[in-house]
Design a protein around this ligand. Structure first.
Ligand code: BG6
Length: 479
């Protein structure tokens, strides 16, 4: 595994801990080696010590001296400036050396942990220097988001990558696809005959997909101010959550079948048609954002987005999908909330309307908790004990870590293991990325037409009050 950008934040916080955990579980191939590539001068030992510190700090597995002693001799550092073509012959030689020292398979997983402007030169150089499509072994590439800034730049990037790697060797990361509960959605739906028959417009009133964060943008101003919440979160993570929730069950085994269904679903997604005086898109910006490091003092970039989408197919006719995400909000949480339709009518001693009960509270809600704590909660209605007429909500609350008492694997562990195994289904195909950008470009265009400006909101709040109107006008509330 060759990490271009091997000394950066991602390598330290996510990649090295994930590799250590995989090693801890015995899930790495025998001939595995890790090569970090960076500009600074340092020895292998120095690099190993730095990674050890990060693993200690960020890994979900407990530190084990023996395990680290087994892994660390297979960690190498290579100094090279990947912006320049003349750095590649040395890198190639170093990789070959590592291959010879570790089983000689020539299987190489390149990981681009780089700023996006370096994706293209890095891939072009790997290709030019004969480091891909070699005669033996496989060479694959894992590429971090953002995959482009809009449809056109994503196409250009994809042209470069796909001229060097075949589609089944390209692993476009959307790390949400590696999250345990997202992998669980299809199982929950399809392995339980109580859910799938209800999974459609006849029984579901609407779906909410929420990923809120309580931190601001930190020191990512340079990237974030260009991208904003729609490009950073909606284009990738939220649309993939939607696709997994709403897609048709795959009709055959294998990664391609899952990706094909996600794509079909994304093709059916559109902004809910505008109705008079109503907005289906609300953007926000937290107060103080303009003063963040590397942010333009007059920026109009959104740090919050709430929108109402439609899925234009038979299963979901008329069912709104509400998406909401933002930085510097009141809590860090990601969840998918499925609200069912109310029972049409029933007698409970008396006709329902005579009961001391708020008919509007008669809800059934299924919540998939993606993070921080993974689980599934089902809310249903029961009679209040000792009462003859009161109905109250009750909850079945499944807490995944409580039930299994194991650390669920971090998304990056899952994704690295998949890329080594050649499993592509938890990665975005080019067609999915292309479709998601088409949609986001369209929504931005609409928002420009109607002069949408981000509404200011207080840091630590629930976001701009205007976002509440999106659901309220349909008679719902954000959960
Ligand atoms: C990243 C975004 O893809 O996902 C970040 O670029 C965001 O802005 C992060 O903070 C959220 O991921 P998670 O796993 O912490 O919810």
């Amino acid at each position: 595994m060759v990490v271009l950008g091997g000394t950066g934040d991602l390598a330290h916080r996510k990649l090295a801990p994930a590799v250590y955990n995989l090693h801890h579980l015995g899930s790495l191939p025998q001939d595995f080696a890790f090569v970090g590539v960076g500009r600074k001068q340092k020895s292998d030992d120095q690099f190993r010590n730095e990674l050890a510190e990060s693993v200690n700090k960020y890994s979900s597995s407990s530190w084990d001296d023996q395990k680290w002693a087994d892994l660390s001799p297979r960690i190498y550092y290579h100094q090279g400036d990947i912006r320049y073509a003349d750095s590649y012959p040395d890198l190639k030689e170093r990789i070959e050396e590592c291959n010879r020292a570790n089983g000689g398979s020539n299987n190489v997983l390149y990981y681009l942990a780089l700023t996006p402007n370096l994706f293209t030169p890095a891939v072009e150089n790997l290709n030019k220097h004969g480091m891909v499509q070699m005669e033996s072994g496989w060479q694959r590439i894992m590429i971090e988001k953002p995959f482009g800034f809009d449809l056109q730049s994503a196409r250009e990037l994809n042209d470069v990558i796909s001229s060097a790697f075949s589609e089944d060797s390209i692993f476009r990361i959307d790390h949400y696809l590696g999250k345990e509960m997202l992998q669980n959605i299809l199982v929950l739906r399809l392995a339980n005959s109580v859910f799938e028959p209800l999974w459609n417009e006849r029984f579901i009133s609407h779906v909410q997909i929420i990923a809120s964060e309580n931190e601001g943008i930190g020191d990512r101003g340079r990237y974030y101010d260009r991208f904003g919440a729609m490009r950073d979160m909606v284009q990738s993570h939220l649309l993939q959550m939607l696709a997994l929730t709403a897609m048709e069950p795959p009709q055959e085994a294998g990664p391609e079948a899952v990706r094909a269904e996600r794509l079909k679903l994304l093709n059916a997604v559109q902004l809910w048609p505008e109705e008079e005086e109503r907005s289906n898109l609300v953007l926000g910006q937290y107060k103080g954002y303009k003063k963040e490091k590397d942010v333009d003092a007059h920026t109009g970039t959104e740090t919050f987005a709430a929108l109402k989408l439609a899925v234009n197919n038979q299963r979901w006719q008329g069912v709104p999908f509400y998406l909401r995400t933002g930085k510097n909000l009141d809590e860090k949480i990601a969840k998918i909330v499925i609200q069912f339709k109310k029972p049409p009518f029933f007698y409970y001693g008396n006709p329902l309307k005579d009961l001391e009960l708020d008919y509007d509270s008669l809800l059934n809600i299924l919540t998939l908790k993606v993070q921080p704590q993974e689980g599934v909660v089902f809310q249903f209605n029961i009679k209040k004990p000792a009462s003859t007429s009161e109905i109250v909500p009750a909850k079945m609350d499944f807490c995944q870590p409580c039930a299994f008492l194991i650390n669920t694997p971090e998304a990056y562990e899952r994704l690295i293991a998949d890329a080594i195994a050649g499993d592509t289904d938890r990665f975005s195909s080019w067609n999915e990325v292309e479709r998601a950008w088409t949609l986001i470009d369209y929504i931005y265009e609409q928002s420009k037409k109607s002069a949408h400006k981000p509404h200011l909101y207080e840091p630590g709040s629930r976001g701009p009050a205007e976002a509440d109107k999106i659901t309220e006008e349909d008679g719902y509330r954000w959960w």
